[in-house]
Design a protein around this ligand. Structure first.
Ligand code: FES
Ligand SMILES: [Fe+2]
Length: 369
């Protein structure tokens, strides 16, 4: 019988616990699936997986993002295999049932009550694609599978209130990157919140004193991380200095850098010139994909003269994330060893974001919420 500590540690590598995590953690939460830009226009749709379940995300004719279970209501086949653009109907490849962009069932070839090819009481109204709850915030598409998570506005309230002086509506997408790591998704988040490794793994970010210039930011068991109080000024490599910055920020905000995780699977960097949002997509217990999206203010997101600046911002972060992936894969390579679950306590100074995130996950997995 595993101790509680061993059981929690097994969640970094054990396929059975990975399934459980999908059921008790991801299905109950607001999960970030990445940028809405993947559905640029009406009729664009993409298949995604959340909590292990196949879903369709699409933009309807009113430009609203909607979500449905990617499961045909005839015999349960996946409907959407690959991204598509500008469609009016989604067709199931098995027997041709067709669904509108509102999820409604529009076509059932050779299946009619009149000639008894359909059951006598068949009513297409009852066989639309099953909807899932969706919210779009700062271009990120969030999904709540069980429909029981708190209202989305309530969920993100700790951040909207923290960032009141930033006019976040001025941000537009300027760069995107995708990275994969042979590591459990939780290692990625915990590492993002760990300031201890910075001088060791990312020497380009400065010395130990620079790594230590932060305050902890842990709010409402939903937001975890740190604020580098002079991060936006200390780390010019990570932000193009020719990009415009928000006005109306306090003196402190003009040089600060938030490095935060929004539970369960979003990483955020916010500073006066740009924002990075990363959706971490688990892909089994020992692998995940990092969807990096970079946002810039007003025309700076698209101005061709600033293309190099935007690219530098994204590349500086990719350098950091790739350096991290090497150590994340070291964590994963040892995660199944019983010795890993007996590792030391974490630092009361350097790793409090990591500790807070870990205990939040532990509560979800041990069913104590
Ligand atoms: S399973 Fe989709 S049409 Fe039959
Ligand atoms: Fe790192």
């Amino acid at each position: 019988m595993r101790s509680q500590q061993e059981q929690l540690y097994a969640a970094y590598h054990d396929p059975v616990l990975y399934e459980r995590e999908n059921d008790v953690l991801f299905a109950h939460s607001w999960v970030n699936t990445g940028s809405a830009s993947r559905m640029a226009g009406p009729g664009d749709a993409i298949p995604v997986t959340v909590a292990g379940l196949p879903l369709i995300l699409l933009r309807d004719e009113n430009w609203c993002i909607r979500g449905f279970h990617n499961v045909c209501r005839h015999r349960g086949a996946r409907v959407l295999r690959a991204p598509c653009q500008g469609e009016k109907l989604l067709h199931c490849a098995y027997h041709g049932w067709a669904y509108g962009m509102d999820g409604g069932l529009r076509g059932t070839p050779h299946w009619k009550t009149g000639d008894r090819s359909a059951p006598a009481d068949f009513d297409p109204q009852h066989y639309g694609l099953e909807p899932v709850r969706v919210a779009v915030w700062l271009d990120q598409v969030f999904v709540n599978i069980d429909g029981k998570a708190p209202k989305f506005e309530q969920f993100v309230a700790p951040l909207t209130s923290r960032w009141q002086s930033y006019d976040l509506s001025r941000f537009s997408l300027g760069q995107q990157r995708t990275l994969t790591a042979d590591a459990n998704w939780k290692f990625v988040i915990e590492n993002y919140l760990d300031t201890y490794h910075l001088p060791m793994v990312h020497p380009q970010l400065g010395d130990v004193a620079a790594a230590r210039r932060f305050t902890d930011v842990n709010i409402d068991d939903t937001v975890f991380g740190i604020c580098y109080t002079t991060g936006a000024a200390d780390k010019p490599k990570s932000s193009g200095q020719h990009l415009r910055q928000f006005d109306r920020l306090s003196d402190a905000q003009q040089v600060s850098q938030d490095i935060l995780a929004l539970y369960p699977n979003t990483l955020i960097e916010l500073q006066p010139r740009h924002m990075m949002m990363v959706a971490i997509e688990p892909d089994g217990p020992a692998r995940c994909t990092e969807h990096l999206n970079f946002y810039f203010i007003d025309e700076d997101a698209t101005d061709p003269k600033l293309a190099d600046e935007r690219q530098r911002t994204a590349e500086a972060w990719c350098e950091i994330m790739n350096q991290d992936i090497e150590v994340l894969e070291d964590l994963q390579a040892a995660a199944h060893s019983p010795t890993a679950s007996r590792a030391s306590d974490i630092s009361p100074v350097w790793e409090q974001g990591t500790a807070a995130f870990r205990s939040r996950v532990a509560r979800a997995l041990l069913d104590q919420e």
